[in-house]
Design a protein around this ligand. Structure first.
Ligand code: ADP
Length: 293
């Protein structure tokens, strides 16, 4: 069982021939609404990848909250512990032009009210095989979730996205850190990727390398780069979320981490083949199809 404590946003996506300049109005082509936020995306990714998935987080008392709940439920995510807080849900207002260039404004809304874990939330974390967090919720909540995972014997994965400072107490309770190259630089500082530096902070690291695949390293001395699956790329949005959700599922199933990373690469590749964000997250069958190619 995978427990994800993180953000949920409604993505409001408008597509136009070009992005408007400040003060300008542009007549667009179409409008789409979908679930977003790294927490919700990775929960959907894990559920589609075949994991029993529990989401912990906060959604607002507005219509977007009702809609988000329905979308995540419909993807097979267990939403029974999700808080509904008075006020607005998290919303991302996204403008996309015909070349795929975008401008994004995020209003975190209810995500900022996801503070002070309840005993029921802590129990849900303790009952999981793996806890997966990202960094779009208040840092103290991630610290508390990691503490609950340690106390409950649940393995903790932190996807340090977006990058921000990692408190010592959080670092001490991370079993596996997942970062892309930009985030890796932000965690250690400096101007080159420093895997030994990351391993000085946490026992295991997965570094995603985009179209080059990913690298697994741990304190036992393993260090393996696992090449990406070659697919026709349409849209790289949410590749990291597909990868991380699938990685959590594979590790939760007890697979060896290098094998888990290889399978997660297949999930990332299956995602970049399709247009869209959470709606492009692959099912287990789609992941296995790429994995076996
Ligand atoms: P993020 O989106 O967080 O920056 P990456 O771009 O590193 O993350 O992508 C995450 C994973 O998705 C990669 O490790 C890889 O397995 C897969 N992936 C990303 N881009 C491609 C690509 N062009 N071809 C195949 N796989 C890809």
């Amino acid at each position: 069982r995978i427990v994800i404590a993180g953000s949920a946003n409604m993505d409001l996506v408008g597509v136009a021939p070009r992005l408007p300049r400040p003060g300008e109005t542009v007549l667009g082509d179409e409008f789409l609404m979908m679930a977003g936020g790294k927490g919700a995306n990775q929960a959907i990714a894990a559920a589609r990848a075949g994991g029993e998935t529990v989401f912990l987080g906060a959604i607002g008392s507005d219509a977007f909250g009702v809609n988000l709940n329905a979308r995540l439920n419909g993807s097979g995510v267990d939403m029974r512990h999700v808080r509904t807080t008075y006020g607005a849900s998290g919303v991302a207002v996204i403008m996309v032009d015909r070349d795929g260039e975008n401008s994004i404004l995020v209003a975190p809304g209810a995500n900022n009210a996801f503070v002070r874990l309840t005993p029921a939330e802590e129990a849900a974390i303790a009952a999981g095989d793996v806890l997966l967090c990202q960094q779009e919720i208040p840092v103290d909540t991630v610290v508390a979730a990691a503490r609950a995972a340690r106390a409950g014997g649940t393995r903790m994965i932190l996807n340090a996205a977006p990058a921000r400072a990692l408190p010592d107490e959080l670092l001490a309770n991370i079993d596996l850190l997942v970062v892309n190259e930009g985030e890796a630089l932000a965690v250690t500082g400096g101007d080159h990727i420093d895997v030994p530096g990351l391993l000085a902070l946490v026992p295991r690291v997965v570094l995603t390398l985009g179209g080059r695949g990913s690298r697994y390293a741990d304190r036992e001395g393993r260090d393996e780069t696992v090449p990406a699956f070659s697919v026709e790329v349409r849209d790289t949005t949410a590749a990291g979320d597909a990868f991380t959700g699938a990685l959590a599922v594979a590790w939760g199933e007890g697979r060896d981490l290098v094998e888990a990373v290889r399978w997660a690469n297949a999930a990332g590749a299956a995602c970049v083949r399709r247009l869209g964000a959470s709606d492009a997250l692959p099912t287990r069958a789609q992941i296995d199809e790429v994995f076996q190619q």
